[in-house]
Design a protein around this ligand. Structure first.
Ligand code: SAH
Length: 364
């Protein structure tokens, strides 16, 4: 994957004001010849009061605003579309970034609070066979602020507090690791939205060295691993990353994550009819993970038109779940939220790209 040249695309957030921690911002203020306390005021405007631009910041002087305009970029999203499910109130948002790229996010209402699923990259280069987000490859990484902005924009639009965040939208968070960590620092900071680490889940297709690095951070976030198969051979057919890291290595690093953090792992397993949903698959899965402190999230695969994967039948899903439970493994079937609004990862963005008029056509 290195040969794809992601290094060339790396975006630094040095001049992206909303991606800076409070202490980084304090240093910046001092460099600008401002008093240190200005940093906290600015920071609260950005991360607590969710200001969309400098104009919103009423107690900040015009001269400081001007200095900031000259020295930093200020990211904000333009909401292109909101689709609300008639079934369960789930909302799907399509946002435009400053460079014209689009990302999608999902808002879900649960009894225990509101949850937002965010994207971590524009597109994805992991190539999972069933996933719509990866069909056009990776465009670029999202900045920490651009991950936060999805949550901020949704908070403003709904007028409700977000209590849980899942990094499970488009993109592979471990492929944007540094920005992800900075995002986590900002999101959980008491001077910002102050979302508890325990209410944050990061989902990965299984980039082992990064999972190990994350474990060493000893955060209290939940790590979810997209497993989807119980043998290397089967996994390789669904997920190219399996050519890189074996299930054995994955299980080892999962055990390490628990050792370091004490956090129970989540395994995601998308059920595809006739591919990975038999009783034998369930038994193999149970055998694979039985020594780990974990929970299994079963996802009936969400069919995308570009691929011919078919969802497992309801009774097969239930049989799979109860097989796991018989083996002492807790498993839940993910409720299909927003089925009527292009709920599957990457579908809304893709639809937008496919139907959008290319800029060259607009000009001519
Ligand atoms: N790249 C990360 C997070 C994004 S995908 C990862 O791989 O975990 C979030 C979850 O949705 C993953 O488990 C992914 O495998 C799954 N997924 C993607 N497309 C899907 C589809 N069409 N049906 C069911 N699950 C899907």
């Amino acid at each position: 994957m290195e040969q794809m040249g992601i290094e060339d695309q790396e975006i630094t957030y040095g001049k992206d004001i909303k991606s800076l921690t409070l202490s980084q911002l304090q240093e910046e203020m001092v460099t600008l010849g401002e008093q240190k306390f200005r940093a906290k005021q600015m920071y609260e405007w950005m991360h607590k009061k969710l200001a969309r631009n400098y104009e919103d910041m009423s107690n900040i002087s015009a001269s400081l605003k001007e200095k900031c305009r000259q020295n930093y970029t200020y990211t904000s999203l333009h909401m292109l579309k909101v689709q609300e499910s008639g079934i369960d109130g789930t909302k799907k948002y399509l946002f435009e970034l400053a460079d014209g790229n689009v990302v999608e996010s999902v808002w879900m209402k649960y009894k225990h609070g509101n949850s937002v699923c965010i994207s971590s990259q524009v597109g994805c280069r992991m190539g999972c066979r069933f996933c719509a987000s990866t069909l056009d490859g990776l465009e670029r990484n999202l900045l920490p602020s651009e991950m936060l902005d999805q949550i901020y924009a949704i908070t403003l639009e709904t007028g409700e507090r977000v209590s849980n965040v899942v990094v499970m939208g488009t993109g592979e968070p471990m492929d944007n690791y540094d920005n992800l960590l900075q995002f986590i620092t900002l999101l959980t900071d008491e001077n910002g939205l102050h979302i508890s680490q325990r209410n944050l889940t990061v989902s990965t297709c299984g980039i082992v060295p990064k999972m190990r690095e994350l474990a060493d951070q000893k955060l209290q976030i939940t790590l979810a691993l997209s497993l989807h198969a119980t043998t290397d051979e089967k996994r390789k057919k669904l997920m190219p990353i399996a050519n890189r890291y074996s299930l054995e290595e994955l299980m080892e690093v999962c055990a390490y994550y628990f050792e370091q953090t004490g956090r129970r792992l989540t395994f995601e397993y998308s059920l595809v009819r006739g591919v990975n949903d038999t009783k034998e698959d369930a038994e193999e899965l149970a055998a694979l993970i039985k020594n780990l402190n974990c929970h299994v999230n079963l996802i009936p695969v969400n069919p995308i038109k570009e691929r011919d994967f078919v969802q497992s039948e309801k009774h097969a899903v239930e049989a799979f779940r109860s097989r796991l439970e018989q083996q002492g493994i807790t498993a839940t079937v993910r409720r299909e939220m927003g089925r009527d609004i292009d709920g599957a990862c990457g579908q809304l963005r893709r639809k937008h790209i496919e139907t959008a008029v290319p800029p060259s056509d607009v000009l001519s």
